[in-house]
Write a protein of this length. Structure first.
Length: 279
């Protein structure tokens, strides 16, 4: 999650309660005692208040990245749950996730590697999932791509996500579609975007998205805490390039970006109460 300086000079954190609940789900799956939601939110607020000088000013496009971590510290040699754990929060000012991000389209490679396994841990926010994507992303960068698109590990015919962001697509009749899979991380940004799309009057759908239909979409984007919303201009699969919207950010993608960041920066009404006031 991130903390933002709003247009009127306040500092807010975007949806810390949802991040807390997702950590509870992750801890439960990994046999770690869950950290209470209320204490999580309170800890985030305390850390942001202690680091207010590092929250970038409004208008810079930057924010304070907040990374809560829950990890084992107990002395256990065997393959079994630890007996002691620590909860910590790290923060750092950050700019755009992609160097050419924002409204500039990025180019992805459909990866030959898998990010997760069937019936595995792809649906939780665990470090091991990010470790799985390190080798493929280094190779993708060496080949000139911004990111990888991972397919479902069982059939390799359906779209899943990247190493650090979810996908959303816009059909030619302006329906917002997101991939459905048991091994995709439930992105808080993605869920927020789907709610905002409905609020703007657009139809939304979460369903399986097949690789062979990518050329049929009018728009494509990545969404996540780090990426925010990054339009995708092209996808390359086995040497063949699929171009999307002539490498331009789509009209609906732009609307969603403006609405989401408007809430985060305090430029539009936060009717959902997502931006939690810290200062």
């Amino acid at each position: 999650m991130k903390a933002y300086t709003t247009e009127d000079g306040h500092v807010v954190v975007f949806r810390p309660d949802m991040n807390a609940k997702r950590m509870v789900d992750t801890a439960t799956r990994l046999e770690i005692p869950p950290f209470p939601v209320e204490r999580f939110v309170d800890a985030v607020e305390q850390v942001v208040k202690a680091n207010l000088e590092y929250v970038p000013p409004f208008g810079t496009g930057a924010a304070l990245y907040i990374r809560p971590v829950l990890f084992a510290t107990g002395a256990v040699m065997g393959v079994k749950p630890a007996t002691e754990y620590q909860f910590r929060i790290f923060v750092s000012p950050v700019g755009p996730y992609f160097k050419n991000g924002g409204s500039n389209s990025i180019v992805l490679k459909v990866s030959d590697y898998d990010r997760s396994a069937p019936h595995g841990t792809g649906h939780i926010k665990a470090g091991l999932n990010y470790a799985m994507s390190l080798y493929p992303i280094v190779k993708a960068h060496e080949e000139g791509f911004n990111e990888n698109m991972y397919l479902d590990p069982q059939t390799r015919t359906k779209v899943e996500e990247t190493g650090g962001a979810n996908f959303f697509f816009v059909t030619k009749d302006n329906k917002v579609v997101t991939p459905k899979s048991p091994s995709i991380l439930p992105s808080i940004t993605r869920r927020s975007l789907m709610a905002l799309a409905k609020d703007l009057g657009y139809e939304t759908e979460e369903r399986e998205v097949y690789l062979d239909e990518l050329g049929d979409f009018a728009e494509c984007g990545l969404c996540g805490t780090a990426a925010v919303i990054s339009p995708v201009g092209a996808l390359v699969y086995k040497g063949e390039e699929i171009t999307i919207n002539n490498f331009q950010i789509g009209e609906l993608t732009q609307k969603l970006y403006d609405y989401l960041t408007g809430i985060q920066w305090g430029k539009v009404e936060d009717k959902y109460g997502w931006a939690r006031l810290v200062k």
